[in-house]
Design a protein around this ligand. Sequence first.
Ligand code: ADP
Ligand code: MG
Ligand code: MG
Length: 255
Amino acid sequence: MSVLEIRDLHVTVETDAGTTPILNGVTLTIRKGETHAIMGPNGSGKSTLAYTIAGHPKYTVTGGTITLDGEDVLAMTVDERARAGLFLAMQYPVEIPGVTVTNFLRTAKTAIDGEAPAIRSWTKDVKHSMKNLRMDPKFAQRNVNEGFSGGEKKRHEILQLELLKPQIAVLDETDSGLDVDALKIVSEGVNRAKADTDLGVLLITHYTRILRYIHPDFVHVMVAGKIVEEGGPELSVRLEDEGYDRFLDASTSSE
Ligand code: ADP
Ligand code: MG
Ligand code: MG
C-alpha cells in the first residue's frame, strides 16, 4: 500500500528579485486508490508543488519532508522517483529529437521495471492503450513532443500513465487546452488506471470542469502557498458556484 506524505513543505524559487518563498507549509497525504484534487487561484503554488515532487532543480525545499512509503523522495533523483512508483506528468515536457513515442515508452518502461518488457505483449499493450485513448497508430512513430498539439501531449501523458503503471500520479492541469471530447477520453484513461491498478491521484486544477469526469475523494484548496480548506467532493461543487473570492479576500486581509 503506497502512501505519499508531504509534511510542512516549504519551497522557494530564485527570481530576479532574490529568493521568493512560494510554498509556506503544505501538508498532504495521498494513499494508493485515493484521488485528491488540489484547487486554487492562479499563482497560488499548485504547479510549484508538482515540480517539487518531480524534483525540478529550480525549486529549493527549505523545510519539511516528502516521503513515499517512508522513503525520502527529496533525496531521490528524478529517475529514482519514477522507479519508486511516482508518475510526474511534467517530467518529460521537452521535445526529444529522433526518439519515437514507441521507443521512448519502451525505454521508460525498462528503466522503471528494471528489465525490458517482452516484445509481443508490450506491442499489444501499447496498441491497446492507444486504441483506448483513440490515438492514431501512426502517432507511435512520431518523435516525442515534436509538433504535438496540446491534446496530443495530454494523451501521450495518459498513455504513459496506462503503460508505466505507477503507484501515485501527479497530474498538473491535465484539463488545460482540451475540448470536451478530448477531456472525456483523457479522463477515462485516468479512471481506467484508477480501476485497473488502484492508482493514487493528485489532480491539480484551477477549474472544476475535469472533476465532473474524474471524481475526487478529497478536495484541498491552496492559496498563497498553503492549504486553506479541505473537504470532500462537495467542496469542489461549492468552488464551482462561488469561485475563489472568499479565500482571496481572507488572504489579502491577513497580510
Ligand atoms: P499555480 O500553478 O497555482 O498557478 P505556480 O506554482 O505556477 O502557481 O506559481 C506560484 C508563484 O510562484 C507565482 O507567483 C509564480 O510567479 C512563482 N513562480 C513559480 N515558479 C517560478 C519560477 N520558476 N520562477 C519564478 N517564479 C516562479
Ligand atoms: Mg498557473
Ligand atoms: Mg499551475
